[in-house]
Design a protein around this ligand. Structure first.
Ligand code: ADP
Ligand code: MG
Length: 485
């Protein structure tokens, strides 16, 4: 045993005191100091074991009506790693095998015991329990990494069936393998192309690094993740897959917002330059037309001059509108309850709602939510959204829902309609100036709205399904509340 001369604490469980005394004598003679304690009954032994005060337990196979193996099974329930050595009779190979199978580190045959054998057996038991303790520690460490990781970590077998996951996996995907025992790697991705890629990886023990994927099972929200898979082979030669899923939904969102802001800024610059460049020649045209009107009184010519004037007037108002939609003006920021924006903008579209028989639902939380806004500007942003919602409804069951709620990120406001919805192609162009799908549309409402929201540091997201409707979510990020005090 090691150089540490602490006595080895040994519990001897044997219902025969003579046996104990013989063993005790032998124990005194071995190379290491020993403190032997005798326990003669099953229950008493269990209490001793539970105390955790022993380094080795030597137990007789026969313990009244029970056996040493029963004792070991009972003790295992306290999660003790204390090693057990069994005492058996001569010629009981079956029992010896049974004891080892149950987890005993060794067995000693009564009557054949020598000090040397005893010494070796105890030394071995203690070494083994140290190894087990170290293994357990390292397993706990890796389990902690597995469980406390911010990423989803999971393992799939050679067929791609997911056999083990951490809790983040369950949170990210909203699915557990307890409820879906047949869950396969290929079920995690939505696109056919990615399903094929995964099927291929499974078949050929391949690998994947940071595959960006839209996550299935993520409930209402679309979430994006980076999926990495590596393949290993187990002792039976079967492949298995270690997989990591890193959630990048929030990153994507802020990337999108940044992109929107950059696009809008670039556009603002372009539009201002262009407006200036167009207005100068337009002025010259107007001046010339005025001049011509004075100089020529010809009736026929007057009609054409009128057309020129009307159209340059139209160009001029187009430019004014466009500049207006991208204008940064002084803001008059004050604290307003969210429902004030709702009711003010709704009042302005009341007639159109009535004509189209559109029902309006306003859902507000118990407590009033406040935001720091320029009410007039915000009102015009909501008016744009409401107008679009009304224009998107072409049936008689129209419904527009306005709601506000407190979220962990700020005050969340939603405007939802059950109109025609927006195609994927249109979704990508929604905030472009002049993008319109309407015959008489200007295509400036959404840009103006975005501009106003961005001046308030608010963000806007859209979800839409063709034929079903559209939902805009606007987030006024914290600290809107802090400003309340
Ligand atoms: P306009 O209303 O003049 O067309 P907007 O900038 O307000 O310009 O809107 C641009 C386009 O976005 C619309 O033409 C329409 O195709 C689409 N759109 C916006 N909101 C909705 C909505 N709630 N439902 C369906 N389509 C919408
Ligand atoms: Mg519009």
């Amino acid at each position: 045993m090691s150089g540490v001369q602490q006595p080895v604490r040994i519990l001897v469980v044997d219902d025969d005191e003579d046996d104990f005394l013989i063993l005790k004598d032998m124990l005194q003679a071995i190379s290491h100091p020993v403190k032997a304690t005798w326990s003669y009954s099953y229950n008493d032994a269990l209490e001793h074991i539970r105390s955790g005060a022993y380094d080795v337990i030597i137990v007789d196979f026969r313990l009244g009506r029970k056996t040493g193996i029963d004792l070991m099974a009972d003790a295992a329930r306290f999660h003790f790693d204390t090693p057990f050595i069994f005492l058996t009779g001569a010629g009981s190979a079956k029992i010896d095998a049974l004891a080892l199978k149950a987890g005993a580190t060794d067995y000693l045959v009564k009557g054949e015991m020598t000090e040397e054998k005893l010494d070796r057996s105890i030394r071995y038991a203690i070494e083994r329990s140290k190894v087990i303790a170290a293994l357990r520690l390292s397993e706990t460490k890796y389990r902690n990494v597995f469980e406390n990781s911010k990423d989803g970590i999971f393992i799939a077998d050679h067929t791609g069936r997911i056999i083990q996951t951490n809790t983040v996996f369950i949170q990210l995907l909203g699915v557990s393998i307890d409820d879906n025992p047949a869950l396969n790697l290929t079920d995690l991705v939505t696109s056919e192309q990615q399903k094929n890629i995964l099927a291929n990886v499974i078949e050929h023990c391949g690998e994947i690094k940071d595959m960006e994927t839209e996550l299935l099972y993520a409930g209402e929200d679309i979430r994006t993740g980076l999926l990495s898979i590596s393949c290993s082979t187990n002792e039976n030669g079967e492949s298995f897959f270690q997989c990591f899923l890193h959630d990048i939904t929030e990153l994507k969102k802020s990337e999108r917002n940044l992109f929107q802001i950059e696009k809008l800024n670039a556009m603002g610059g372009l539009v201002r330059t262009l407006a200036h460049e167009v207005r100068n020649p337009l002025n010259n045209i107007n001046l010339s037309v005025d001049q011509m009107e004075e100089m020529f009184t010809d009736e026929g010519l007057a009609i054409y001059l009128e057309i020129v004037k009307r159209n340059s007037g139209y160009i001029n108002s187009l430019i004014t509108e466009l500049l207006h939609s991208l204008r940064h003006t002084e803001m008059n920021i004050q604290k307003w309850p969210v429902h004030d924006i709702f009711y003010l903008s709704l009042a302005k579209v009341k007639d159109r709602l009535d004509i189209k028989k559109i029902q309006v639902k306003v859902l507000l939380p118990q407590e009033d939510l406040h935001v720091q806004i320029d009410l007039e500007k915000m009102n015009s942003a909501f008016l744009n959204l409401l107008t679009n919602a009304i224009e998107a409804i072409e049936h008689n069951e129209g419904l527009i829902t306005l709601s506000s709620e407190k979220s962990k990120d700020g005050v969340l406001v939603k405007i939802q309609d059950n109109g025609m919805g927006i195609s994927t192609e249109s979704l990508g162009r929604l905030f472009e100036p002049y993008y319109t799908t309407k015959r008489n549309g200007m295509g400036l409402g959404m840009v103006a709205t975005l501009n106003i929201l961005q001046a308030h540091n608010a963000t806007i997201e859209v979800k839409s399904e063709v034929g079903k409707g559209t939902a805009f979510s606007i987030l006024f990020p914290w600290p809107v509340e802090a400003a309340e005090n």
